[in-house]
Design a protein around this ligand. Structure first.
Ligand code: 13P
Length: 236
């Protein structure tokens, strides 16, 4: 089962989100060997839940506190109440733009896993790290920080090199495979590793030959129902 996860970031509103699912529905049912997950904005979570296509829905972010004086935050505890059972943690934009640190990310992972939420923990090196040959070290640091949570079966790793995100320069399949092996090694188990970074329907199948990549976390190409469906068909 290959995972095709779409991270919509801050794109789509409730109307365009509904139009996306209507269009996707017009292509017919999703092949059994592909698991689809969409991470829409908070405002689109509830309506996206009703897509009738079996596309699972996840949150892009959440706060590990149950409630409190945290203006603008949304509690992870509230997601299962609306049947949102996936969460992204540690996306490069949360780490670099919003300066979320390791301890805070670990707290999110801990809370999500305690609630049985399928948690996609994103890791990846910057171009500077890559040029200095530090990819392995960076991945080890980001992953090892999670300690005992690495054994939880609801945890998935997404390898998203920062330099490949939105750049049109995807990592080569050999690099993605090597990173996947490192992630599995640091987790001490055969954890599912997704690849993300400039994936589209033309390059997606390059990553499937070795069996080391379990699926994809897709930004730009997941925003449009035609290109999202083309990705599904390319891996099915
Ligand atoms: P792109 O597919 O647009 O490169 O984005 C990848 C990403 O950040 C998914 O989380």
């Amino acid at each position: 089962m290959t995972i095709i996860a779409g991270n919509w970031k801050m794109n789509h509103d409730p109307d365009s989100s509904l139009a996306f699912f209507e269009k996707l529905k017009s292509y017919g049912s999703i092949p059994d060997n592909v698991k689809t997950v969409i991470f829409p904005t908070f405002l689109c979570l509830s309506s996206a839940q009703n897509n009738l296509l079996g596309v699972e829905i996840g949150a892009q972010n959440g706060n590990p506190e149950k409630s409190g004086a945290l203006t603008g935050e949304v509690s992870i505890f509230d997601f299962p109440k609306i049947n949102v059972n996936w969460l992204l943690v540690g996306h490069s934009e949360r780490r670099h733009v919003f300066k979320e640190g390791s301890e805070f990310l670990k707290k999110k992972v801990e809370t999500a896993l305690s609630l049985g939420i399928k948690t996609v923990y994103c890791v990846g090196e910057t171009i500077e790290d890559k040029e200095k040959g530090l990819t392995g070290e960076v991945l080890k640091k980001q992953i090892s920080y999670l300690g005992d949570f690495l054994s939880d079966e609801n945890l998935t790793i997404a390898y998203e090199p920062v330099w490949a995100i939105g750049s049109g320069m995807p990592a080569g399949s050999k690099d993605a495979d090597e990173a996947s092996l490192l992630c599995k090694d640091f987790c001490k188990r055969d954890i599912d590793v997704l690849y993300g970074g400039s994936v589209n329907s033309h390059n997606v199948s390059n990553y499937l030959n070795s069996g080391l990549i379990s699926g994809f976390l897709i930004g730009g190409a997941s925003l449009n129902a035609d290109s999202y469906r083309a990705l599904i068909d390319a891996v099915a």
